[in-house]
Design a protein around this ligand. Structure first.
Ligand code: ZLV
Ligand code: CA
Ligand code: ZN
Length: 406
């Protein structure tokens, strides 16, 4: 009676474990697992769980994580906590990964780019092992559903942590669940296309597959100097000329769409559909992984785009229309109420449901999170306009599409 129906002719599976919600990266850290709680409240409140097969995620095994990551790094992650950190660092096996200390360091870095100092990108926090292996387990279970053809679209909003490297954490990402998923997929699918609409460059995934012509990576991201000091927007890679490792079979299997700040819906739609459409045509993928980082939305605490939830969702719909096996993952997203709105809306799109636009406030345990005097309680609102000055010229964007096309 809530009007939610299962999609006709295909299946969607949803992978989640509420234990990821209790984590705190630190008081001032922008990554808030609380956004996943809000997302869950909306998804369940609207009744979208009736439209999918839902699975409670279990932790990934260390052996599974070793399929990409360095064995010493995996052992460290499996044991680390604020209590064990110092002792682990002192062990000869891990001490060799500790960088030398400099006198005027503001944060002291441990091994693998991890740190217990407040203000670190990749802090060591209580329960972090549990958190890492759970979001990874959810992505691997979702992947298994796809590779065994038990589902057509699999969703894990707690995954999509695209910056993690083989032996190092980076940018709030510790285990690269995306790389692990694609490695599994390559055993069943001839070619996998990875698409990344997080506002940051999907560097960890691109790097992992830079010699692999069976994986094409395509990232849309803010790129270029962003402040008075000329500092680059994190992680600083993903130039348009970066198309994969030169002189290897992987060359031409990476695509990057670097975007200035303030891009609006119309411009993003143009770029996304032109470039993604051409990539699908040329690469002819057998499956697609879509990282839906919600920090590309206007009003995000870290992002600098002016994209609305509706357009963010249209990227999902565009990819879904290929009817290829599809893995949908989360990623960044730092204005929690908007992250939850976007990912709930995209869960509805995945299951072919249309939700009433005003969030019924009685469906969520914390209605105040979705009530706003200025913007109301719409699911697709507030619309984000010109929060950042639009530095994107149509002619430049068209030039970019032409350049990528060659
Ligand atoms: O959304 O961070 O700029 C996927 C994702 O793509 C940096 N980090 C690096 C370079 C030197 N550090 C700065 C250290 C800052 C540490 C704490 C913040 C704290 C408060 C407010 C903002 C930040 C912050 N950190 C903003 N941008 C950064 C980036 C990392 C961005 C990762 C994006 C992850 C989940
Ligand atoms: Ca991106
Ligand atoms: Zn991001």
């Amino acid at each position: 009676e809530n009007g939610i129906t299962r999609p006709k002719g295909y299946k969607v599976s949803f992978h989640y474990n509420s234990r990821v919600e209790d984590m705190h990266f630190g008081k001032t850290h922008p990554m808030k697992p609380w956004r996943l709680t809000l997302t869950k409240h909306l998804v369940l409140g609207y009744g979208l769980h009736y439209a999918m097969d839902t699975y409670e995620a279990v932790a990934a095994g260390k052996d599974q994580v070793r399929a990409f990551h360095d064995p010493d790094y995996v052992d460290f992650l499996a044991q680390v906590s604020p209590q064990t950190f110092a002792d682990l660092c002192a062990m000869p096996r891990f001490a060799k990964y500790c960088p030398p200390k400099h006198e005027n360091d503001t944060i002291d870095l441990g091994p693998f780019n991890l740190s217990t100092s407040a203000g670190a990108d990749c802090p060591v926090f209580d329960g972090m092992s549990t958190y890492l292996f759970l979001y990874t387990g959810a992505t691997l279970a979702a992947t298994h559903q796809l590779t065994t053809q038990q589902t057509d679209i699999a969703v894990n909003w707690s995954g999509g942590l695209h910056h993690a490297h083989r032996g190092e954490a980076s940018g709030f990402c510790y285990i690269n669940d995306i790389v692990l998923s694609i490695l599994d997929m390559l055993r069943y699918f001839p070619r996998v296309l990875y698409i990344d609409i997080d506002v940051h460059h999907g560097d960890g995934v691109e790097e992992a597959f830079q010699r692999q012509p069976r994986v094409m990576t395509l990232s849309y991201h803010r790129y270029g100097p962003y402040d008075e000091t000329g500092h680059k927007f994190f992680p600083g890679t993903g130039d348009i000329t970066d198309t994969g490792l030169k002189g290897t079979v992987g060359e031409h299997f990476a695509l990057n769409v670097p975007i200035p700040s303030g891009i609006d819906d119309r411009q993003y739609k143009f770029l996304f559909e032109a470039v993604t459409g051409r990539a699908i045509e040329a690469f002819n993928p057998s499956a697609i992984v879509l990282q839906c980082g919600a920090d590309s939305l206007g009003g995000d605490r870290l992002g600098q785009f002016n994209i609305n939830i509706k357009q963010h969702g249209e990227c999902v719909s565009f990819v879904k229309r290929t009817r290829l096996p599809l893995l949908i993952l989360g990623g960044g997203g730092y204005t929690a109420r908007n992250v939850a709105r976007a990912w709930c809306h995209e869960t509805a799109l995945a299951t072919d449901n249309v939700l009433p636009d005003a969030i019924p406030l009685d469906i969520v345990p914390r209605p105040e999170a979705f009530q706003n005097r200025a913007h109301g309680n719409g699911l697709l609102y507030p619309p984000f306009q010109r929060l950042h000055n639009n530095e994107c010229k149509d002619a430049d964007l068209e030039g970019m599409v032409k350049k990528i096309d060659t």
